[in-house]
Design a protein. Structure first.
Length: 307
């Protein structure tokens, strides 16, 4: 999507300014590839919120490729580095299979990361693709979450199942599953509460929700997406780790990439948690949340012209 690629390019400009310019100065500053070259490159990756483990992994793979291809000049490493990062972030073909099946998608994540907005945007896009979509307002904890989702359901033109603030989220999911079955819905998207400070409650709540889906809608395919805010950098990785302890996360939705210099976190999450980034958000509009494409992301990051 050419339009999204140019948006992605401008959205990643802050990350590019801090990350790629630093990397390019290493490539131009070193004539030969030696230990110092790799050390500076690794430092630059770590500073770009890619994280220690992932940065080391990228450098190790880069060293192997340089050896194999007998590359001598530092400048020739740029494309190799891009390819190595792309490999770290590849999303498998079957990542979006759920869109073709009867599915339930749970959205989890702390408050303020753009969870409800992401549910609304995806609902709009799936409706556009001809899917019958239903929303469940199971975040009954945050004041205003239900109203916000109702607003999105109106914008997206899809139905919503909602209760009162403070209602039992599992009961909302129960009603939503019954409605999804009765209305022959393709995809049920559930917004859930985002508190992490009390892991026990969250665990119990999610367990209850999973049980209901398992018992009442066993033939539906279940996905659990964690929504994280790109502007929080390494903190997003910490949240994803904590949530993966209480839920079987199948994908990451990375939001607010347009407002941050920490876009490198996308690389770290994929690599360290082995959970694919499935969608990225770079703006307010419904179309500003798109499927993640590793090649596109890295090309936009390194300011490569669209192929």
């Amino acid at each position: 999507m050419a339009n999204f690629f140019s948006k992605l390019k401008s959205g990643l400009s802050k990350t590019r300014d801090s990350f790629v310019s630093g990397i390019d100065s290493i490539f131009s500053g070193f004539s030969e590839i030696d230990e110092d070259f790799y050390e500076e490159l690794e430092e630059q990756l770590i500073m770009a919120d890619i994280g220690m483990d992932t940065s080391m992994k990228i450098i190790e793979e880069l060293q192997e490729k340089v050896k194999e291809q007998k590359i001598k000049e530092a400048a020739a490493c740029r494309t190799l580095l891009m390819d190595t990062i792309k490999e770290q972030m590849k999303v498998h073909e079957d990542a979006y299979e759920f869109e073709k099946k009867k599915s339930v998608v749970l959205f989890i994540g702390v408050n303020g990361v753009g969870k409800t907005t992401s549910v609304g945007k995806l609902a709009g896009q799936m409706k556009k693709d001809g899917k019958k979509v239903l929303l469940a307002a199971a975040d009954t904890f945050r004041a205003g979450a239900i109203d916000q989702l109702k607003e999105w359901s109106g914008r997206a033109g899809v139905d919503i199942i909602a209760g009162q603030e403070g209602a039992d989220p599992a009961a909302i999911v129960f009603d939503a599953v019954a409605a999804a079955k009765a209305r022959n819905t393709d995809i049920l998207l559930c917004d859930t509460a985002g508190r992490l400070h009390n892991k026990k409650n969250l665990m119990a709540e999610l367990h209850k929700i999973y049980k209901i889906i398992e018992n009442e809608y066993s033939d539906a395919h279940l996905e659990t997406f964690i929504v994280v805010d790109g502007t929080t950098g390494q903190n997003a990785l910490v949240q994803a780790k904590q949530f993966s302890e209480v839920a079987d996360i199948t994908g990451v939705v990375l939001t607010k990439l347009d407002g941050t210099a920490k876009g490198g976190i996308a690389i770290a999450i994929q690599s360290e948690l082995n959970i694919p980034v499935k969608y990225i958000g770079i703006g307010e509009k419904i179309d500003d949340l798109q499927r993640f494409d590793a090649d596109e992301f890295v090309d936009a990051l390194f300011d490569v012209a669209e192929q």
